[in-house]
Structures are given as structure tokens and as C-alpha cells.
Design a protein around this ligand. Structure first.
Ligand code: ADP
Ligand code: MG
Length: 477
């Protein structure tokens, strides 16, 4: 019954494909080739060291699940990496899989007669056989720490409230703490940070992160299996309950009822509850009034879209965590171009890294531009006035603040006029908006600037070069 490496890997791939986005699958897994199978060790070839590191950092759990499923408990994965830049040396190098991930965050053992739901991943069976005790895994993502959560104006209140809660779970007036904000703005990350911080400070506390959707599913299962009491008891013994995306309780009356019961119990016993929602409490339709009023007992803190500085800081942090170097102008280009959400920003960064690694291309602003055009959907594709200001100022080697100042020095006036000219050409902003952003000028000044630039580029050769070079930089045409 000999199986080939390809056959095993093919099954692994189809398992993996079911568990991640198509884009991630195509980017990271399709380029992998199965090389050989020796007993329970499968060797796969990855296209670059970067891919290997990325897989290790982000997909280790999934890979383990897939391979264990195919080859059994003590299955091993060995990477063979095609080394970059080793001239004349095509012999692939082999590295053994190291166990990089921090251990899952454990809770103390607690008495519990039945299994509640299943646990994702492969590390730990929920039920310890024989003991009839349940081991609650916190389900916390060890990467989502406070340390990794960049602070900015957009999240200051929520972050510091979260931190206060983590210091004294159940002991502040922030109970429940409700974090709300649009998609991809960092609710889930912040919620995990609170849980992780609590586990670090109070290892004896039982912390549980669960999405409202999963909770609903477990509840439905418990009804079907006639174990609703166990379900309720299980949740009532949690010390810190973190419930993500409670907006999904909308319209689900039975689930809301059972959550209400659990919530009251926890709250009365001084346990901490942390909730997240993609909309403000007032906008939560289909939510029972009594539940809504409970949500308002504590603190509601919102997350806003991050400003430019925060976006840059977030990108730098991600790069730092993954040990990747990237030219500063590319980091800034990404941060300037993508403002919709942190998730989009991260997605763009990942696509860019993948593009550069797979096609062995240097990471440049140009590559970033192509990538954003091709891969990033639904983000505002328009060049921003901010970005134009930055490119123009970099070009003339002057600080952007000068553009907005009142000064009438020739070079600065010129840079300001060029900025206005390109803002008019390349954005959909109105003359008034452009003027307002370029030192509080009115629309007539912007019109005048456009005319001046047109005239000058016809009569002044050097000026014409400026315009051409700047246009190139801005549009990368
Ligand atoms: P939400 O739950 O609001 O949809 P997530 O918490 O899943 O958003 O965040 C999306 C991604 O953005 C995550 O990878 C998260 O780590 C990252 N992220 C969001 N906010 C920040 C921040 N302030 N600092 C660092 N990373 C962030
Ligand atoms: Mg989320």
C-alpha cells in the first residue's frame, strides 16, 4: 500500500484549500511541490526561504493538521528550500521543521462533564479521557498581543480601556467592555490582547475567546443533544468571557436569551465580559432591549480608521515582527494608498511580499503600484492629495509642512502650484478641497496655479522637466 508523496500532498492541499482564502492558497500553497515520502516524513519543496518562513509563521497549525490527517500523529514535514542567489548551485537545501509557535495559551483544568463544541486545531483534545474533566483552551491567538497593537488616535480609548480591564478583570466599571468599529479595524486583535494579558497576569483565571457565531452553533448543538444545562454551566464558570462579533446575535432570540442568562450570572459573580461588535449599540437591530441595556452597563469604546502615521507604524511593526526589510518609500506608498482598514493594509503588504518573493523581484514603489492595481480591490484607487504633496516635496527635498505654510518663497510657491496642478489632474477633488489642503487657498488660487503650470511648462524647459518627472513618479506610467 505504498503511497506517493504527490498523492499524500494532493490530499493535504485539498484540506488546506478548504480552510483558507483562495488568494492565500494560490500564493502560498500552489507553488509547493511534493518531493518524497519516507515513512511518516514528507518532504516538500518551497520556492524561497521567505515562503518557508511565511508558512512557518502563519500556517504551521494548518499544515500540521493536514499532514497529521494524512499520515497520522507523528507525521513530519521537511522543507526543501530552493535557495535564492546561490549562483551555480542548484542543489536545494533542506531544513527540518522547527517548532516555532508559542505554546497555546492554557487554562487550568476545570470540572466539566461534557464536551462543549470541538476545538479547532490539533493540539489538544478537549476531553481528557478517564478524568471526565474538561480542559478549556483559551482559543487566544498568541500573536494578537497589546505589544503588537499599535496605538493611535483611532483606538486610544478602546485600547486603554482594554488595558485597564486586563489589569483588573471584573474589577473596573468597564464591565462589559464593548468594543465596536468597522470591519478590519482591529476589534478581534484587541479582544485577544485583553485575554492574553489576563492570562499572563492571572494564569489561574479561565479565559475564553469565542465568536458569537460559534457560541450560537454550540448552543444549537446543545439543544439538539439535550445538553443545554451543561452548555450554560460551562459558560458560567468562565472568569473572562470574550465574545467576538455580537452583532451576529441579531434576530436570534433564543441565543440572546441564553446569553442573557450567562451574562447576568457572570456579571453578578464579578466576572469580566468583553464584547465586540461591528456597529454601535444603538445600531444593533434585532437585539432585545434588555440585552442592549446590559451592553450599556459598562463602557462602549469605538475604533476609528487609522490615520496615516498609525498606518505607517502598523506596517513597520508587521515588518519588524516578521523580520522583513522594506524600503521606507514603499512602506509610505502603501500607507498612503490604502486607508480603508488595517486588514486591507495588511493584505496589500502580504501580496507585495509574495509578489516579490515568488517572482524574485525587488520590492519597489513600482512593484507596489502594480500590485495594488492588480490585487487590491475595493480600496479607493485614487491618488490622494496627501500623496501628491509628499511626492512633490520629496522631489524638491523640502518638508511637506512648508506647502501648507503662508510663505511666498518662489520654490515653495512653485511646489505648491505643482501640487495643486497634479491634484486637479489626478484626483476627483474639487478646486475648493484642493485649495483647502494646500495652505488654505481658495478655488481661484488653484485655478490660477493650474494655468501657471501649463504656461510655464510650455515656455520653461527646466520646469517642463519637473512636470514630466513628477508625473512619472505619481502615475508610474
Ligand atoms: P476586526 O476584528 O475589527 O475586523 P481585526 O482585529 O481582525 O479586525 O484586525 C485586522 C488585522 O489588522 C489583524 O491582522 C490585526 O492584527 C491588524 N490590526 C488592526 N489594528 C491594529 C493595530 N492597531 N496595530 C496592529 N495591527 C492591527
Ligand atoms: Mg473581527
Amino acid at each position: 500500500m505504498e503511497r506517493s508523496a504527490e498523492a499524500v500532498w494532493k490530499n493535504c492541499l485539498s484540506f488546506i484549500e478548504d480552510n483558507i482564502t483562495p488568494q492565500a492558497f494560490t500564493t502560498w500553497f500552489l507553488p509547493i511541490k511534493a518531493l518524497k515520502l519516507q515513512g511518516k516524513a514528507i518532504t516538500v519543496q518551497v520556492p524561497s526561504k521567505f515562503t518557508y518562513e511565511w508558512l512557518e509563521a502563519h500556517y504551521i497549525k494548518l499544515l500540521k493538521s493536514a499532514i497529521t490527517k494524512e499520515l497520522g500523529e507523528d507525521a513530519k514535514l521537511v522543507y526543501s528550500i530552493v535557495m535564492e542567489n546561490t549562483y551555480g548551485n542548484t542543489e536545494p537545501q533542506t531544513l527540518k521543521i522547527p517548532s516555532t509557535n508559542r505554546a497555546p495559551i492554557q487554562n487550568p483544568y476545570v470540572s466539566m462533564p461534557v464536551e462543549i463544541g470541538g476545538v479547532e486545531g490539533i493540539r489538544n483534545p478537549f476531553v481528557i479521557p478517564g478524568l471526565k474533566k474538561v480542559h478549556v483552551e483559551s482559543q487566544l491567538n498568541p500573536n494578537y498581543t497589546f505589544d503588537n497593537y499599535i496605538e493611535g488616535d483611532c483606538n486610544r480609548l478602546a485600547r486603554s480601556a482594554g488595558y485597564a480591564v486586563a489589569n483588573k478583570p471584573g474589577g473596573t466599571s468597564f464591565n462589559p467592555l464593548l468594543i465596536y468599529g468597522g470591519v478590519g479595524l482591529g476589534k478581534t486583535h484587541l479582544a485577544h490582547s485583553i485575554g492574553i494579558e489576563i492570562k499572563d497576569r492571572y494564569p489561574e483565571k479561565t479565559v475564553l475567546y469565542v465568536s458569537a457565531e460559534r457560541f450560537t452553533q454550540q448552543f444549537i448543538d446543545s439543544i439538539r443533544n439535550n445538553t443545554k444545562n451543561d452548555f450554560v454551566h460551562f459558560y458560567q464558570m468562565i472568569d473572562v468571557l470574550i465574545m467576538d462579533d455580537v452583532q451576529s446575535f441579531s434576530g436570534k432570540e433564543k441565543t440572546q436569551d441564553v446569553f442573557f442568562e450567562i451574562f447576568n450570572h457572570l456579571h453578578q459573580s464579578g466576572k469580566q465580559v468583553v464584547l465586540t461588535s461591528d456597529r454601535a449599540p444603538v445600531d444593533l437591530q434585532g437585539m432585545e432591549q434588555r440585552l442592549l441595556s446590559r451592553f450599556k452597563w459598562g463602557l462602549s469604546a469605538d475604533l476609528q480608521k487609522p490615520d496615516l502615521e498609525t498606518r505607517i507604524a502598523i506596517l513597520r511593526k508587521k515588518l519588524y515582527i516578521d523580520g522583513i526589510e522594506m524600503p521606507e518609500d514603499v512602506v509610505e506608498y502603501l500607507a498612503y494608498s490604502i486607508h480603508s482598514s488595517v486588514r486591507e493594509l495588511e493584505g496589500a503588504l502580504i501580496s507585495l511580499l509574495a509578489q516579490s518573493s515568488l517572482n524574485k523581484k525587488k520590492i519597489t514603489v513600482e512593484l507596489a503600484k502594480q500590485m495594488i492595481d492588480k490585487f487590491v480591490k475595493n480600496t479607493s484607487r485614487e491618488i490622494s492629495i496627501d500623496y501628491i504633496q509628499k511626492v512633490v516635496c520629496d522631489y524638491f527635498d523640502m518638508p511637506t509642512e512648508l506647502l501648507k505654510s503662508k510663505t511666498r518663497k518662489r520654490e515653495i510657491v512653485q511646489a505648491r502650484q505643482l501640487t495643486m496642478f497634479f491634484a486637479k489632474q489626478l484626483t476627483k477633488s474639487s478646486l475648493a478641497t484642493i485649495g483647502a489642503q494646500c495652505g488654505n487657498k481658495d478655488h481661484a488660487t488653484v485655478l490660477h496655479a493650474c494655468r501657471t503650470v501649463n504656461n510655464l511648462s510650455e515656455t520653461d524647459k527646466r520646469f517642463r522637466t519637473y512636470v514630466d518627472e513628477l508625473r512619472k513618479k505619481l502615475t508610474l506610467a
